[in-house]
Structures are given as structure tokens and as C-alpha cells.
Design a protein around this ligand. Sequence first.
Ligand code: ATP
Ligand code: LTN
Length: 327
Amino acid sequence: MRVFSGVQPTGNIHIGNYLGALRQFVELQAEHACIYCIVDLHAITVPKDATRLRENILDVAALYMAVGVDPKKSIIFVQSDVPGHAELAWILMCNTYTGELSRMTQFKEKSRGNESAPAGLFTYPVLMAADILLYDADIVPVGSDQRQHIEICRDIAIRVNNRHGKVFVVPDGRFLKEGARIMSLDNPTAKMSKSAENPLSRISLLDDAAKIRKSIMKSTTDSDGIIRFDPENKPGVSNLLNICSAFSGLPIPDIEKKYEGVGYGAFKKELAELTVDALTPIRARYDEIRRSEALREALADGAERANEIAVRTMARVRDFFGLGAKR
Ligand code: ATP
Ligand code: LTN
């Protein structure tokens, strides 16, 4: 099976990104051929400073490696280093309806009816579909906020296949149970986000122990003092239980039992230490990898290997569509 996923090179990669997506990347590389992309073309759907973007690209690549993605086993590369992504996106755009793009909740949220929202924000899911279909991916590990985008990718692939023959592999999303949707620590009804203003709303993978403790101790809960999983009525506590389960590997009912009759303070304290222990080695590896020459070598090698696959797919796609003068 082939696995493909991507992360945007924006700062503040947080435990939501880790527990929802990155952790799966590592697990999957043991059994499958995995391709992990840093999606810089997606990042520029929102204006970005060029110097900062370059740094952020290397930051995410180093984080991939720090959490355990091995560039010898998996392909790690930067989206814009492979021209096929933008080319395939255009072809897919010609097979996507404006109506279906208008229904995307991420576009609705990010544009908020703003007439000057970039067109790239609107066609974002098509570029994402191109990323996946370019590599004939079978499995796409992502957080559950990407469910709608995976669905439209499948719809586009099926539509093209119905029109032109067996052009694309139709991929499946892979969502984890506990980590698929980590919520914000200060407002547990919103997802934990890179872009939220309050830094205490998230735990970034590179936060130090003091910041991790502070974010968890200050996280919003409720006043009934019972540690029970009930996302509807107790979103704050349920989110902490989810995080605890994802980091410890213990099922939620076992954690509820363990903390029966225990106050939120003690639970939060233990969760903070669990989180510190999980993130400290990642931070240490990151610091070393980020400075290393091996990082740039991995990206150069990754781009070459990814491009070889992409060129082959594009030749096939051009044939199916009758594009170009040479065969
Ligand atoms: P944000 O909304 O936090 O700014 P994003 O979703 O735009 O982030 P990406 O870098 O593109 O950020 O996401 C990388 C991966 O992390 C995706 O698979 C996404 O589904 C997952 N992810 C993002 N936020 C969460 C979350 N709160 N819980 C679980 N998974 C998440
Ligand atoms: N849209 C995703 C990032 C992304 C992606 C992809 C994920 C871009 N292309 C291909 C999986 C496969 C996000 O914002 N989280």
C-alpha cells in the first residue's frame, strides 16, 4: 500500500497535529511505502513572508524526522520541488464543480464571505486532491478536520475515472480514534489550532516543560469536579482525557477509573508530566536535526524520488486526457 500525507509549513506545530497525523506517519512507515510532504503551495493561500516560509519548511521537515519519520524508509519532500502537483491541480480543477468547493467548511470559515479571499483558498482542496492522486496513494493519514477534503478527493478521482478510464487510485482517509480531533485548551469547543492567538490554547511540540505545565494547568474544564468522558457536556475534561489516552496508550475508561474521586488539579499535574515526558525527546532530536546537513540532503533526495513517481503519473494522466503533442 502507498501512504501519502502533508503538513503545512506554518509555525506552532502542536500536539493536535502530532496526535492526529504525525504519529500515524511513523507507525505506517513500518509496513507501507510512505510519502510525506511539506505543502508550501498550500501555505501561500494565506500571504506569507518569504524568509519566514523557507525557515518554516525546514522546521517542519526537521519535526518529521524528530518524531521518527526516517528519510531512508519514507520519502520526505517539499511540494513545490515537484512541478506535477500544480500541473495536476489544474487538470483536476477542470473536473471539479464550483458548487462542491463552495460547500467546503474550511473555505467558508477562512473566507467568511470576504470578496477578496484568494482564489487559491477556494481551490485549496483540489491541490490537496492532486497531492494525493499524483502518487496513487491508497491511505491518507490525517486529523478528522480533513474528512471533507478526503471526500472531495475521492469524488474527483471517481468522476475522472468514470469519464476517462482507470486514471486514479481512489484513496481512503485514516483517522485515529483518540487523536483525530484535539481541542483548544482555553476553548474546548474549537479545535486546537496553529493560528489561535492565545499560545496557552495549544501545546506546541517544541514548547519547554514550563510552558507545557502552564497550558495544561490553566486549561478550561468545568465545575462539577468529576473526571468523565462526555464531550457534549464536559468538553474540557473530555479533551484532556483524549490527550491522556493518546500519550499513555491507556483506554479512556481505564483513565476514568484511575482518577475516580481525584480532583482536576491532580489529574492535570500528572497529564502535564506525561506530556513533558513525551515531548522532551522530540525537542532534543529536533534541535540536532534542524542544524544538520542531513536535513537538506533528505529533502533533496526526497524531491528526486517523489518526482520520479510524479513524472510517471503525469505521463499517464496526459495520455488519458489527450494532452500535449508527444506521447
Ligand atoms: P491549524 O488549523 O491548527 O492552523 P491545519 O489543520 O491548517 O492547522 P496542517 O499543518 O495542514 O494544519 O495539519 C497537519 C495535520 O494535522 C492534518 O492532518 C490535520 O488534520 C491535523 N490536525 C490539525 N489540527 C488538529 C487537531 N486539533 N487535532 C487533530 N489533528 C489535527
Ligand atoms: N489540507 C491539509 C494539508 C494537506 C494534506 C495534503 C494532507 C495538503 N495536502 C495531502 C494530506 C494529504 C491540512 O490543512 N491539514
